[in-house]
Structure formats: structure tokens, C-alpha cells
Design a binder for this molecule. Structure first.
Ligand code: 13P
Ligand code: SF4
Length: 331
């Protein structure tokens, strides 16, 4: 029997008390089936405010996990429990090692304020929450770091070295990366863990020069997970939602090359919009979720046998929630 997934998904969404959420990097057919879309921060806020008891989250693990932590009463299912590769680069013991790196070099633990990018596991968020720290996303990192600095402490930024360095540059602060050259925590304001997004490392200054030579006057817009040299050479950097807003606000005749994940850039691609890379910048884990997976997950609710439910250890959830709520309290 051939199942028309699109038709079945609509039927199930009408019948069940369920909200389908999807990140912009999802495949088009999955993205189009969603009730809620947005960047990481918007998705977290919108899912928390939503009244349905069930959330089917199409994205990567840390996104569904964050919804479960800030809205524990909800049943959160993920069609694929796909893990962001950057989030995998740090766990709680690497986090402890990073704190030790700083204390070994003369910074007292009480003088460290950790900030974790939302692209991290709940266990890392819990460590951060326990130390009085916060979560940030690419759309609110400036405000969160600003708030962190007001404490007068050194910022330990995990796991994305690029995001940490890019905001340090924007804010006129000194940063260094643990394990890269000389990184003296006493001499820097922001001490970064050495994690990165392999998808966003694909964009280079050479790509920017290629487009600028080919189309004089072209604008370059990139995600802050890109290398600092790329962000410095670009005209604009921002979260996925901020990139969409920037591109939509340009004159239709203005050419723009965008440096972020392929599904999003391809969806925004109009006559004058280009992918800032000669290699297709696809996020493998975001691409894992198919329409069939979404259908099967919704069907599992109808059949009273929910699959791939997100659960978080209560002790971890308690402290991770502190770090997430401190972020959500910042407007
Ligand atoms: P946004 O918060 O900008 O949507 O980014 C999520 C992400 O994983 C980018 O790679
Ligand atoms: Fe993670 Fe990079 Fe994929 Fe974003 S694009 S979900 S940071 S691996």
C-alpha cells in the first residue's frame, strides 16, 4: 500500500493535539509540514508558549532536548534523534577540563562565568547552570555576553570557538581559544572551547573574493558560526532568522551571497541570491529527517505507542533549566 505522507500528515495533525516544529535547515518537504518554524531561540520560545501537549520536533537533538527542559509537561518526540556534530564536541568532562585549564592558570572558579551556545548537550548546560552561567543562541549572544561581563567575571564560552571569537571582535573584547597558540585566561575576556561547526567552516575568504570579483557590489551575509576571517570580510552576520530578514530587506536587484546551510539558502534563493560556497554546505544531521519519519512519528501518537520521545535526567534538567531560563529572561 502506497501512503501519501503529505495527506496523512495533515490528517494526523488535524486529529491529534500536536504541534510540528521545524528548523530552517530541514528538508523543504519537512519544513513545509511544520506549524512552528524559526531560529533556535524562536523555536524554543514558540514551543514553550504553544498550548498543545505534544511537540514533534524536526531538527537536531539539542533543540528537542531544550524544549523538554523548559516545558517539562510536554511530550516531545523527534522523528530522528540526530545530534548536531558541534554539540558532540563537548561533554561534561571536557567542560570540567576547560574550567581546570583556567583555574590552573590563576583564575579562581568563582571568577568564571560560563556561557554555552545552545548547540550543546543538556549535561553541559547543567554544568553551566550550576556555576551561575547562561545559554545563548546566535541571535542573542551579544546581549548574553554583555550580561555575563556585567558580573565582572571571565567568560568561558563553549563549545563554538567561532561564535565566541566573532562576538568578542564585535564587542571589542580580547578572546583566546584553549589549545590554539598561547591562551592565557588572565589576559583575555572570553576564553573559548575549541569546538566548531564543520558545515560553516566550508565558507572561506576566497569564496567571498570570488563572488566580489565576479559580481562587483554583491553583499555577503553569513552565520556567526563561520570563521572570524569570513565574518570580518562579510557585510552582515546573524542567526538564520536574522539572515532571512536581511536578505528580504535588500533591493530585489541587489545580489547577495549567503553563507549558511544549503536547505535554507536554497529556499531563499531568488534571482540574485547565491550560495557562498563551491561545495554544497549541507548539514548531514539536519538532513536525516524525512517526510516518512515525520509521518511515522505522528502515527505513533495516534497508535498510542509514541516513538523517539525526548527524556532528560531530572538532576540534569534542573540545572540545565536554570541556564536556559536565565537566557529566556533576557529580552
Ligand atoms: P540558528 O539559531 O541561527 O537557527 O542556528 C542554529 C544552528 O545550528 C546553526 O548552525
Ligand atoms: Fe550543528 Fe553545524 Fe548542523 Fe548547525 S549546521 S546543526 S551547528 S552541525
Amino acid at each position: 500500500m502506497n501512503i501519501d505522507y503529505k495527506v496523512e500528515i495533515q490528517r494526523l495533525k488535524k486529529k491529534l493535539d500536536v504541534t510540528v516544529a521545524a528548523h530552517y535547515y530541514q528538508r523543504d518537504e519537512v519544513f513545509e509540514a511544520a506549524d512552528i518554524t524559526g531560529d533556535s531561540l524562536e523555536l524554543a520560545r514558540k514551543c514553550k508558549a504553544d498550548s498543545n501537549p505534544w511537540v514533534v520536533f524536526c531538527g537536531v537533538g539539542f533543540m528537542g532536548q531544550s524544549v523538554k527542559i523548559i516545558a517539562p509537561e510536554k511530550r516531545v518526540l523527534m522523528p530522528k534523534l540526530a545530534c548536531c556534530a558541534m554539540a558532540r564536541m563537548i561533554d561534561s568532562s571536557y567542560f570540567d577540563d576547560s574550567v581546570k585549564y583556567m583555574t590552573d592558570r590563576g583564575v579562581a572558579k568563582e571568577d568564571i562565568l560560563p556561557i554555552t551556545y545552545i548547540n550543546s548537550d543538556a549535561s553541559v548546560k547543567a554544568k553551566v547552570g550550576e556555576m551561575g552561567g547562561m545559554v545563548c543562541t546566535s541571535s542573542n549572544a551579544f546581549k548574553i555576553i554583555e550580561k555575563g561581563l556585567a558580573s565582572g567575571k571571565k567568560i568561558l564560552f563553549v563549545p563554538d570557538r567561532c561564535l565566541g571569537q566573532n562576538f568578542a571582535i564585535q564587542m571589542g573584547l580580547k578572546s583566546c581559544v584553549i589549545g590554539e597558540g598561547e591562551c592565557d585566561p588572565k589576559k583575555a575576556d572570553i576564553i573559548c572551547f575549541n569546538g566548531f561547526c564543520s558545515v560553516h567552516q566550508l565558507f572561506t575568504v576566497d569564496d567571498i573574493e570570488f563572488y566580489k570579483n565576479r559580481y562587483p557590489g554583491i553583499k555577503i551575509a553569513v552565520h556567526p558560526e563561520c570563521d572570524p576571517r569570513v565574518v570580518l570580510a562579510a557585510d552582515f552576520s546573524g542567526s538564520t532568522s536574522q539572515l532571512i530578514k536581511y536578505v528580504n530587506g535588500l533591493d530585489p536587484e541587489q545580489k547577495v551571497a549567503v553563507g549558511t546551510e544549503y536547505n535554507l539558502v536554497n529556499r531563499m534563493r531568488k534571482k540574485n541570491t547565491y550560495v557562498l560556497s563551491s561545495t554544497k554546505p549541507e548539514c548531514p544531521t539536519m538532513n536525516e529527517t524525512t517526510l516518512e519519519d515525520l509521518y511515522k512519528t505522528l502515527k505513533s501518537i495516534e497508535d498510542n505507542e509514541p516513538v523517539n520521545e525526548v527524556t532528560v535526567d531530572p538532576d540534569i534538567a534542573k540545572y540545565a533549566n536554570l541556564a536556559l531560563e536565565r537566557m529566556l529572561a533576557v529580552e
